[in-house]
Design a protein around this ligand. Structure first.
Ligand code: DHB
Ligand code: FE
Length: 281
């Protein structure tokens, strides 16, 4: 059976791609953000996962407001990145892990999740940036399964539902007939709001409490309604639902996880950035 070896979570912001492209990693503005990643890169170098299951939200590249699935899974052999308007080079295509895609889709539909399946899928900064941050040199040495969770257009799935989805994805990985090593990854958050009266809103106290909860009390955030989460984290801060899905997947491997590393830095662009890595205990 496949081995679920750990979980990762990171913020995604298009400006990060621009900073990488321009080589700004050691500039004073960027250094505290990029300094978080080498310990996770080293952990990945030692663990050598084969596959990344990426929980993320598309921002209008693949799904626009006219067609917005609540949950969608990629089942493609290849995922192309495309220009999102920054004028920076797009990344080379990512290879899909098609067999695991269908294993996840079959398991989720079997568990009464009504999934959208995508045999063609463009991937935006939310899917590509974590891979670039974790494997900065060349192409990431992994195949991927993108799992999209709508945090863009209301109504959004509840934290409780996202937790259940993450848990079911973990079950599907654990039951996958393969000798491959899999990590689950969350892309998004932490607190941020890009528009409206509260543009620039950040909630450090809540972010830190949320990060702590993921270590020892992973269901903690499921007590909150979607509107509670918007109030506490901002209209885009609800992307932290990805972190909840990732952590729920790890509960399948056992009750405890080891925290490998974390970083928290405010701000990059309008966002409070977080990074966490967990190893299955
Ligand atoms: C920003 C943050 C995001 O999560 C995103 O998807 C786009 C932009 C920002 O802070 O600029
Ligand atoms: Fe985002």
């Amino acid at each position: 059976m496949a081995q679920l070896i750990g979980g990762l979570a990171t913020s995604h912001i298009p400006a990060i791609g621009n900073a990488i492209h321009k080589g700004l990693q050691n500039e004073p503005y960027w250094a505290p953000f990029f300094a978080g990643y080498p310990p996770v890169q080293q952990w990945l170098g030692a663990q050598k996962p084969d596959v990344v299951v990426m929980f993320y939200n598309d921002h209008g590249l693949n799904f626009f407001l006219d067609k917005m699935p609540t949950f969608a899974v990629g089942a493609a052999a290849q995922y192309n990145n495309a220009d999102e308007g920054w004028g920076i080079p797009t990344l080379p295509p990512f290879k899909g892990e098609v067999d695991l895609s269908w294993q996840i889709i079959n398991h989720l539909v079997g568990q009464d999740f009504d999934m959208v399946t995508c045999q063609e899928m463009l991937v935006d900064h939310a899917c590509t940036l974590p891979l670039k941050l974790f494997w900065p040199e060349g192409e990431a040495p992994v195949t991927i399964v993108p799992v999209n969770i709508n945090t863009v257009q209301f109504p959004l799935p509840s934290a409780k539902r996202v937790y259940a989805l993450g848990r079911a994805v973990g079950e599907a990985i654990a039951a996958w007939d393969s000798s491959k090593k899999v990590v689950v990854c969350a892309s998004g958050g932490l607190s941020h709001q890009l528009d409206g009266e509260r543009a620039g809103f950040i909630n450090k106290a809540f972010d830190l409490q949320f990060m702590d909860s993921l270590v020892s009390n992973p269901e903690w955030a499921t007590q909150f309604s979607t509107l509670d989460l918007v109030e506490k984290t901002g209209t885009q801060g609800v992307e932290l639902l990805m972190w909840l899905a990732m952590r729920a997947a790890l509960t399948v491997a056992g009750p405890a996880v080891k925290e490998v590393h974390r970083n928290y830095h405010i701000p990059i662009s309008n966002t409070a950035t977080g990074l966490m890595a967990f190893e299955v205990a």
